[in-house]
Structures are given as structure tokens and as C-alpha cells.
Ligand binder design. Structure first.
Ligand SMILES: [Zn+2]
Ligand SMILES: [Zn+2]
Length: 241
């Protein structure tokens, strides 16, 4: 997959100035992935085998439901539930017989149930694609001066993505290119954090009676932006007015 990933989404993520570029990529992949698992893919046997076997986490179930494709979603969950029941029933029957088959049966059943429900196809797809986009990011950073300049002028990284980026940079860049990356990543990320803190302070002040910040546009989405910078995109934000 790595060689086929296009550079355009990485360029777009670095050029936009609203959020961490890796969060921008992750959100794009997440939306595409949720739409793909519903839509036409519901009927594709290969995709059905994967959704039956793995399922989705709570957050992505909420996103799937929000697509409002109730028929497709119901069909997908119908076969998923059948597969989970088939996988769980033997261990549950053993656990249900209690002492007859030894004390290990409930433990085995608990382990089996966790195996059946611990995966999420959207999360797995996002992790795989973000890794591949990170490869593309560092290749562009090594090879393209215009990309380096855009990154230095772009939005800083959130504290969820920054640690990985710092570690990966040490493995993939060297000399002046590494230095330039570390400086740009540190400067832009600290600037983003400080801006978020100032916006959040304005929001806190705006709650006071007669505050000068009542209509301050910086308060708009300040809480969401602060959380997103600390944790990676957690809340959707509208564009800054
Ligand atoms: Zn991020
Ligand atoms: Zn998930």
C-alpha cells in the first residue's frame, strides 16, 4: 500500500491551518473508512467476512449509526451477531455447566468473549493508513523543500501525534533536515498550545458578567480545540471564524 498512497492528502493536511496535520489525515481516513464499511461494501463477501469477524468499537458504532443507512447497518450487524453467538456459545455452555467441567471454564469463556469483541475494523484501518501516510510525510519532508517550508508555516502537532513524529524523525531524517524538522515541529506545536491556552482563557473570562470576551471570536470552539490538541481529534470543530 505504501507506494500507492498519494501525496496530495499529506500536502492538504500540512497546508490547512485549523488542526494538527496528522489529526486531519486521521479524520479523513476515519470518515472514508466508516462510509466504506457501509455503502456498497456491505454486500462484498470479502468485507462481510472481515466485519463479521472483527466488528467495531463503541465510537465507530456511533459513527456507523450516524450514517443512517439502517438497512445496510442492520444486515451487517445481523451476520456479525450470528458469528459472535457461534463463537461464544461453546465456551458459554461449558461455563454454564459450572463445577462439572472444572473451575477454568468461566475464565476460558471470559477470555473468548473478550477476543470476540476487542477489535475494530475502522480503528485498525486508521492505524494502518496513518502509518503509511507518516511514511509519505517523511519522504516528502526529505525530498521537497517546498513541503518543508509549508510544514514550518503550518499548524503544530497535537500531543497525541507529536511523540510519534519526534521518534520517527530520528529514524528517518538526519543532519540539517532532521534539525529543521525538530525546530519546526517544536515551534509550531508550542505556538499552537499557547494559542489554545489564550483562547481558552478568553473563554473562561467570557463567563463573567460584563466580560469583554462575550463576543470574542477566539472563544468559539476554544474548549474543543484545547482538548483536541491534548488528546488528538476528539471533537469536530468548525472552522475558526
Ligand atoms: Zn494530531
Ligand atoms: Zn474503532
Amino acid at each position: 500500500m505504501r507506494d500507492h498512497l498519494e501525496t496530495a492528502p499529506v500536502w492538504d493536511a500540512v497546508r490547512q491551518k485549523e488542526q494538527c496535520p496528522f489529526c486531519a489525515l486521521r479524520s479523513m481516513i476515519e470518515k472514508q473508512s466508516v462510509e466504506r464499511f457501509l455503502g456498497g461494501a456491505v454486500m462484498e463477501p470479502e468485507i462481510r467476512l472481515r466485519t463479521n469477524a472483527a466488528g467495531f468499537c463503541s465510537a465507530h458504532h456511533r459513527m456507523l449509526m450516524a450514517q443512517k443507512d439502517y438497512q445496510g447497518y442492520a444486515l451487517m450487524m445481523d451476520t456479525r451477531l450470528k458469528e459472535v453467538i457461534a463463537g461464544a456459545a461453546p465456551s458459554l455452555r461449558q461455563a454454564g455447566q459450572g463445577g462439572l467441567l472444572g473451575r477454568k471454564a468461566p475464565e476460558k469463556a471470559a477470555k473468548r468473549l473478550r477476543e470476540l469483541t476487542s477489535r475494530c475494523l475502522v480503528c485498525e484501518s486508521m492505524a494502518e493508513h496513518v502509518r503509511a501516510y507518516r511514511d509519505t510525510f517523511f519522504r516528502l519532508y526529505r525530498e521537497d523543500g517546498a513541503f518543508r517550508a509549508a510544514f514550518a508555516e503550518g499548524h503544530g502537532l497535537c500531543l497525541f501525534d507529536l511523540p510519534d513524529a519526534l521518534e520517527e524523525a530520528g529514524k528517518r531524517l538526519n543532519g540539517d533536515t532532521l534539525k529543521a524538522f525538530l525546530q519546526a515541529a517544536s515551534d509550531t506545536s508550542l505556538a499552537a498550545l499557547n494559542t489554545a491556552r489564550e483562547d481558552l482563557s478568553a473563554l473562561c473570562s467570557s463567563f463573567h458578567v460584563g466580560s469583554e470576551h462575550k463576543n470574542n471570536p477566539r472563544c468559539h470552539g476554544a474548549l474543543e480545540r484545547a482538548v483536541n490538541l491534548l488528546r488528538g481529534t476528539t471533537f469536530e470543530t468548525e472552522k475558526t471564524p
